[in-house]
Design a binder for this molecule. Structure first.
Ligand SMILES: Cc1cc2nc3c(=O)[nH]c(=O)nc-3n(C[C@H](O)[C@H](O)[C@H](O)COP(=O)(O)OP(=O)(O)OC[C@H]3O[C@@H](n4cnc5c(N)ncnc54)[C@H](O)[C@@H]3O)c2cc1C
Length: 486
């Protein structure tokens, strides 16, 4: 039997790789984790979830300050944002979380951490900094990078991506985002709230293309009311550096428009980080989107796995963590375990947030499934009104047999509210249980119980039930009638 230096080797110390490393090492597998940057944590910690959510919070507080009058408070004249102060807070949050992802912590768990640029020399061996390391199993968890669209002149025009935006020296006066996906839209709202004039360019006829149009349009109208400009159905023709400003030329139908801003943010999709790993040499199949994987997350070279953004599937930290767990089961426990994304939730952290789990109307329609929608507005939720956060709604989608296909929530704390549905849908909890379970009052979470209750209300308070009760218990019926006014 071949002898290897390690039971498992992991390329990439981000959300996916760290999950595999922690799990494998704690199970007693001899583990090596190789990261190309100087610190562990990956995009999520340094250039993604953590800085973006910190920035969004800061922008939210500033927005509340500017809108104090809405809450019955004195209207205040708020001074402009000093961006280095915002960056300082972002860095301090990252530094705190970085301790959880330190080399020291992983060493204590039993994993050896190395830094550098690894390259496969054969199916089991990686070369790193002049040494070679062999492992029985390898996991590729090298994440993704911003996809730079082939726009004429863009390569000669200064632009920023998620790697630079959280570390700018000053707040840009104006910004154009190429793309209208979650990253672009979260940043558009946050920067607009901080004082940047933002214009969003989107090729399709809605922002947040994966979401139902009614929900995405509502997000757009909130941002629009806050001052963000949108250019939908717009093709980017060219980009140019004008010195102090950058120019982006777009085509909308037959019209050509020139837009100008201090900063261009490119957020137009992601490409898997697979270059330079020597995958061609060992015959691991992949394309620009990611690795070709089976349901157990194995590449065509069966002892080499993929987890996280390199799968090209669901580009979220929690998806990377989930996939990391699947890899540990398959590679360490040798328990065949397949991925199942049916009820994987996600959230776009605009204000209001837009969270989803399972199928939305667009997905159900595309799959040819007949469905019914039950919805409830946040303006009917007492806590929303008290909070001054009454925009949005919940949509519950049921199939013909009245089984839930999915839920979407647009509203305050939607990302947290969807968590109840994570348990309901993954745990196979009956809607009747959710509808009858007592929820604390007044909470936003009551909207979950309410939408499930609406589904049963039509059945319980029907004419048939009323007639039955009247017959059996001699109920006397209505005690009051509203007088119809002419
Ligand atoms: C602005 C932004 C906001 C986001 N917000 C959210 C959010 O709110 N919620 C959410 O769930 N997701 C969010 N995401 C997505 C999330 O960050 C990713 O899905 C997640 O980081 C993927 O984990 P990963 O392990 O695949 O990649 P990463 O976490 O990026 O880790 C990959 C690691 O591999 C390393 N690496 C790359 N190439 C090599 C190489 N050749 N050799 C060795 N190491 C290498 C990288 O340096 C990195 O450390 C956001 C992303 C962005 C850009």
């Amino acid at each position: 039997m071949a002898v290897f230096d390690f039971d498992i080797g992991i390329l990439g110390g981000g959300s996916g790789g760290l999950t595999v490393a922690a799990g494998a090492a704690q199970l007693g597998a001899r583990t090596i984790l190789i990261e190309k940057e100087r610190e562990l944590g990956g995009d999520c910690l340094h250039f993604g979830c953590v800085p973006s959510k910190t920035l969004i919070r800061t922008a939210h507080v500033y927005h509340l300050m500017k809108n104090a009058g809405k809450y019955g408070l004195p209207v205040v004249d708020v001074p402009p944002v000093h961006y280095p102060g915002v960056v300082k807070r972002i860095k301090s949050v990252i530094d705190t979380i970085q301790k959880h992802d330190s080399t020291d912590r992983f060493c204590r768990l039993g994993a050896r951490v190395e830094f550098g640029r690894p390259e496969f020399v054969d199916e089991h061996t990686v070369r790193l900094n002049g040494n070679t390391h062999s492992a029985r199993n390898w996991v590729i968890a090298t994440g993704s990078s911003p996809d730079i669209p082939p726009v004429e002149g863009l390569e000669k025009t200064p632009y920023i991506t998620n790697r630079e935006i959280f570390y700018l020296e000053e707040l840009p006066a104006s910004m154009i985002t190429l793309g209208g996906g979650p990253i672009a839209i979260e940043m558009a709202q946050a920067f607009s709230r901080l004082g940047t004039r933002v214009q969003v360019i989107q090729r399709g006829d809605q922002i947040l293309a994966k979401e139902d149009k009614d929900m995405a349009d509502q997000v757009m109208s909130v941002l629009n009311a806050e001052g963000v400009d949108f250019h939908l159905k717009a093709e980017v023709v060219s980009a140019r550096d004008l010195g102090d400003l950058r120019e982006v030329v777009i085509r909308k139908g037959s019209e050509t428009v020139s837009l100008r801003a201090e900063v261009i943010l490119v957020a137009a999709g992601r490409t898997a980080n697979l270059d330079g790993l020597g995958l061609q040499r060992i015959g691991v199949e992949h394309d620009r989107q990611g690795l070709k994987l089976d349901e157990r997350l194995r590449t065509n070279v069966k002892h080499i796995y993929g987890a996280g953004d390199v799968t090209g599937r669901y580009l979220f930290t929690h998806a990377a963590g989930y996939e990391g767990g699947i890899v540990v089961s398959n590679a360490i426990f040798r328990l065949p375990r397949k991925v199942n994304y049916t009820f994987l939730p996600w959230c776009t952290y605009t204000d209001p947030e837009l969270a989803s789990i399972g199928m939305n109307e667009g997905m159900a329609g595309a799959a040819g499934i007949k469905y019914a929608v039950w919805s409830e507005d946040f303006r009917a939720n007492d806590r929303s009104l008290a909070e001054g956060e009454e925009i949005g709604k919940i949509k519950m989608i049921l199939d013909e047999k009245e089984r839930p296909l999915g839920v979407q929530i647009l509203g305050p704390k939607a990302g947290d509210l969807i968590a109840e549905w994570v348990a309901v849908l993954n745990g196979g909890v009956r809607l009747a249980t959710l509808a009858s379970a007592v929820h604390p009052y007044p909470t936003l979470g009551e909207i979950n119980k309410r939408v499930a209750g609406d589904f049963f209300a039509g059945k319980i308070f029907s004419d048939t039930v009323r007639k039955g009760l009247k017959f059996f218990f001699s109920l006397k019926g209505r005690a009051c009638e509203v007088e119809e006014r002419p």
